[in-house]
Design a protein around this ligand. Structure first.
Ligand code: PEP
Ligand code: MN
Length: 285
C-alpha cells in the first residue's frame, strides 16, 4: 500500500523504491564525460594504470604507455585500503601530486580512490573520484560526494547485491550528483582460483535497470594477469560501457597487485583486440 511517509516502510526492499538511478527516471543512457573523454552511450571508456602510485618515474612511464595504447583515463591509488596493515598504504597526498604531473605530461584525466571524506580537499586535481568496494556502503562518504558533484566511480562491495549497489548510487544521486559510474569487480565466494568471482550477469541486469554507465574491473576479479584479457573481452561482450585495468611498468616489483597487473605490451595487445569486441557491440573504444 502506498504511504504518504517519505520514508516508506518498503524502502529496504528493492529497486522499485529507487528514483534517480532507474531507467524510469531517465530512459536514455547517461554519459559521463571529462574533457574530451567519455564513458557510456556507445563510448567504451578504458581506465588504466597501476594499482598504486609508487614514484614519479613509475606513474609517468605507465601514463605514457597506456595513453599510447589508447586508454582514455589514468588510474592510480594514492590512498590505499590494504587488508594487511603492514602492506604499502599508498603515497597519500604526494601520490595525488604525481598523478597531476602525469596528467600534465599526457593529458589523460585522472581516477583515484578516496578512502575518507577528510581527504576531499586533496582531490582537486582528480577528475573521477573512486569509491572502493570496501566503502560502497559508507553512506556519509557517498552523501558528501553527492554534494561535491565531481564524477564518482562506485565499485560494488565484495559481498553486496546489485540492488545494494544501485541503492548506494542513489545516495550519491539523491544529493544532486548525476555523474556516477558503476563498477562490477567480483564477489567473495567459496571459489579460490580467482581473487574474486566476477558476476558477469550483473552487467546486463544493471544495464536493464539503470541509465548509469556500468564498467567492469577484470584485474581485481581475476587477480591474475594471464586471465585478464579473456575476462575483459567477456565484459565488453556482456555490454559493459568500459573497463578498469591495472597496468604496471614492472609488475614483478610492484608494491601492490603486481600479479594481476598487465605489462604495457600486454595492455597494448589487449586494446587492439578490445576495439574489435567493442565494434561488434556497436560501440567505439
Ligand atoms: C582498486 O581499484 O585499487 C581497489 C582497491 O579496488 P576494490 O575497491 O574493487 O578492491
Ligand atoms: Mn589494485
Amino acid at each position: 500500500m502506498a504511504s504518504n511517509n517519505t520514508y516508506s516502510a518498503y524502502a529496504e526492499s528493492g529497486t522499485e523504491t529507487l528514483k534517480k538511478v532507474t531507467r524510469g527516471f531517465r530512459p536514455e543512457d547517461s554519459v559521463i564525460s571529462v574533457e574530451t573523454h567519455a564513458i557510456g552511450g556507445g563510448k567504451t571508456g578504458v581506465i588504466a594504470g597501476p594499482c598504486a602510485v609508487e614514484s614519479e618515474k613509475q606513474i609517468i612511464a605507465v601514463a605514457k604507455a597506456v595513453k599510447t595504447a589508447g586508454a582514455s583515463f589514468l588510474r592510480g591509488g594514492a590512498f590505499k585500503l590494504r587488508t594487511n596493515p603492514y602492506s604499502f598504504q599508498g603515497m597519500g597526498r604526494d601520490g595525488i601530486k604525481l598523478l597531476a604531473t602525469a596528467k600534465k605530461e599526457t593529458g589523460l584525466p585522472l581516477v583515484s580512490e578516496i578512502t575518507e571524506i577528510k581527504q576531499l580537499d586533496y582531490f582537486y586535481d582528480i577528475d573521477i573520484i573512486q569509491v572502493g568496494a570496501r566503502n560502497m556502503q559508507n553512506f556519509s562518504l557517498l552523501k558528501e560526494l553527492g554534494k561535491y558533484g565531481k564524477p564518482v566511480l562506485l565499485k560494488r562491495g565484495l559481498a553486496s547485491t546489485v540492488t545494494e549497489l544501485l541503492m548506494a548510487a542513489e545516495y550519491i544521486m539523491s544529493e544532486g550528483n548525476a555523474n556516477v559510474i558503476l563498477c562490477e569487480r567480483g564477489l567473495r565466494t567459496f571459489e579460490t582460483f580467482s581473487r574474486s568471482t566476477l558476476d558477469i550477469a550483473a552487467v546486463p541486469w544493471l544495464k536493464q535497470r539503470t541509465h548509469l554507465p556500468v564498467i567492469v574491473d577484470p584485474s581485481h576479479a581475476a587477480g591474475d594477469a594471464s586471465l585478464v584479457p579473456a575476462v575483459a573481452k567477456a565484459a565488453i561482450a556482456a555490454g559493459a560501457d568500459g573497463l578498469m585495468l591495472e597496468v604496471h611498468n614492472d609488475p614483478e616489483h610492484a608494491l601492490c597487485d603486481g600479479e594481476q597487473s598487465l605489462t604495457p605490451d600486454a595492455f597494448s595487445d589487449l586494446m587492439i583486440a578490445l576495439k574489435k569486441y567493442a565494434e561488434l557491440e556497436g560501440k567505439i573504444l
